[in-house]
Design a protein around this ligand. Structure first.
Ligand code: GLV
Ligand code: MN
Ligand code: MN
Length: 441
């Protein structure tokens, strides 16, 4: 098949999108060039600007555009048999604070380039091809990741979603407090009931997401592409630890119930249990790196140098390829929390945000990806995704797989995230071949 990926256009668009950011250009000389710090949080003016620009590109390429009530954006190339299940690709363009320019965007703009170049090469799909830009893959604003895909796949209750709190004020002091998702999305121009977002059964015949690896394995193994066989199961929790605060000089040590000291023990506890789970797994012959636990946010009240912390809020993000092992770490952590509460005279309450299942790729789509790699003479290996992706939540309603390209030093969620132009272009080429093949099935 003749296939002319327009690499200059794709790379120029990636750099253009990176400039739609709320981060000031980085002054940090320690960061390797080319570096662009990107902050693009869902439904902010920057996100809306990126969406408008992306839609204009899709329309200029002759694709029809549909947005649903939560802002998931479908860009469709109608096939010669439009009643058949669709072949879909896509990813997200939202970015966590101070992120890089490739997470998600490579899948959206790489997907656009794949469709556009197939069209320009004279290809005519039998099944319709759809590029999808998901709303809020990142949990920054509403506290839960993959909001758009959860609603599309039916794994989130629409009313609960609409009631989610806007947390933008936690990272942006100027942002208003007390808004719900419903209020924020409507203000951004996305109306209608969230119940309407769920896709009909069998909408997708096949789904493939292109993404940067966000880890070091492809680079370490000197392999050009990764074919994702499964995606680790994520879970996240929010804890509030209530202690007893007071004057940092006058409140005597024997009388203290310091909420931050208790929280510090909790953080170390979950790290210890995650490491122990890995050690046990390794002793049983498994990889011994699949359990990961992160406390990424801690808010201390009242947050004064001379005040004993009375309340601490923290988040826990825990993931594993094996759900039972993930849950056993949580159980051990819970037991430690009870012990810390008793010993320190504090109270810790827990809010479960999400506890999801792993996703497994479909053998037919893996085979199509492998055939496309071979057609491009690209080296590839099968791998696990330890990051989560919208594909997790498309998996319950469609056969899925993912294609990874390497990123420098495995770095992601940082401004120095970097994927080589040749890797991006190769990813788009393999994606285009895969979509073409799947669309004729
Ligand atoms: C996605 O951004 C993740 O945290 O895996
Ligand atoms: Mn991300
Ligand atoms: Mn991503």
């Amino acid at each position: 098949m003749k296939l002319n990926i327009n690499s200059d256009r794709l790379l120029a668009e990636l750099h253009r999108l990176a400039r739609i950011t709320d981060c000031p250009p980085t002054e940090d000389k320690a960061l390797l060039a080319p570096t662009q710090a990107v902050t693009r949080i869902v439904f902010t003016p920057r996100d809306l600007e990126a969406r408008a620009w992306l839609k204009s590109l899709a329309q200029a390429a002759g694709f029809s555009v549909r947005e649903d009530a939560v802002g998931n954006t479908f860009m469709r190339w109608e096939g010669s048999e439009p009643s058949l299940g669709v072949v879909g690709t896509g990813s997200h363009t939202d970015a966590i604070p101070h992120a890089g320019m490739y997470d998600g965007t490579v899948g959206v703009l790489g997907g656009l380039e794949a469709l556009r170049s197939l069209k320009e090469s004279g290809f005519q799909p039998k099944r319709s091809l759809e590029l999808l830009m998901f709303t809020s893959e990142e949990p920054t604003r509403f506290g839960i990741g993959c909001l758009g895909s959860r609603l599309l796949g039916g794994s989130m209750d629409p009313e609960a979603a609409d009631a989610l709190h806007d947390r933008l004020h936690e990272t942006d002091r100027n942002a208003p407090e007390g808004l719900s998702l419903r209020e924020v999305r409507e203000a951004a121009g996305f109306h209608g009931a969230l119940g309407s977002v769920k896709l009909p059964p069998h909408h997708y015949d096949a789904w493939v997401e292109l993404h940067i690896e966000q880890g070091p394995l492809l680079e370490r193994d000197n392999v050009e592409l990764g074919i994702v066989t499964n995606i680790a199961a994520p879970a996240s929790y929010r804890y509030t630890v209530e202690g007893f605060g007071g004057h940092a000089g006058a409140l005597l040590m024997p009388d203290r119930h310091d909420a931050l000291c208790a929280a510090a023990e909790m953080i170390l506890s979950v790290e210890r249990h995650a490491r122990a789970a890995n050690a046990r797994a390794e002793a049983e012959g498994h990889s011994g790196v699949d359990t990961v636990a992160t406390v990424g946010m801690v808010a201390v009240h009242p947050g004064a140098v001379n005040s004993v912390p009375s309340r601490v809020q923290l988040t826990l993000d825990i993931r594993d390829t094996d759900v039972a092992r993930r849950d056993s770490v949580i159980d051990a952590f819970h037991a430690d929390i009870r012990e810390i509460e008793r010993r320190r005279g504090v109270h810790a309450s827990e809010e479960l945000i999400n506890a999801d299942q792993p996703a497994h790729s479909d053998p037919r789509i893996i085979a199509a990806l492998e055939a496309a790699c071979q057609a491009e003479n690209a080296t590839f290996e099968r791998m696990v995704s330890r990051a989560y992706h919208d594909t997790n939540f498309i998996a319950p309603i469609a056969p899925v797989a993912m294609l990874f390209i390497p990123c420098r030093n495995g770095v992601s969620h940082r401004p120095d995230e970097y994927a080589a132009p040749e890797a991006i272009v190769l990813g788009a080429r393999v994606l285009a071949r895969t979509l073409a093949k799947l669309s004729m099935a």
